[in-house]
Design a protein around this ligand. Sequence first.
Ligand code: PRP
Length: 174
Amino acid sequence: MPLKPLIDADTIADRVADLGRAITHDFLGKDLVIVAVLKGSYVFAADLARHIDLDVAVEFLGVRSYGDQQESSGVVQITTDLSTSIEGKHVILVEDIVDTGLTISYLHENLATRQPASLKIASLLHKPARTRVPVDIDYLGFTVDDVFIVGYGLDYAQKFRNLPYLAVVTDEDA
Ligand code: PRP
């Protein structure tokens, strides 16, 4: 599968450190929970958490999206729920990518019903060209074009999540 490098590991690390510093500043003295949406956000969430200089709890949401390989349908099933209540806590939902916005808007609505003290969104990537539901991303890594991106947690048919950088899947034979 031909890949073209898009964003290198150092550039990602610098940006994730910036986001971690911003979150640290914004949540000083607060009870913070970061909620990583599986699977794609596992790398970003792990790096982001290590740049948040606060007591932070880490939770995971297992999610299955009904749709084809390329596009989510917006019908999202929670396959693994949070292990504890978020009532009264400051929560940041962590995604690898906001594409149509359907997944994150469903999850935001779901978590909002659990009465957190606040609920913010962090996403490594945003693909505005594909927006179907506008989403306010409070902590955004990079805005990207409408291309198929892999690496740093993002997959193509479950492969490439372990690439340390972001790359574009191309149609060309390398
Ligand atoms: C990706 C990504 C988001 C969603 C974004 O998940 O992690 O959850 O798609 O798309 P949307 O904005 O169009 O809803 P995917 O279904 O590829 O699963 P994965 O995280 O397990 O790779």
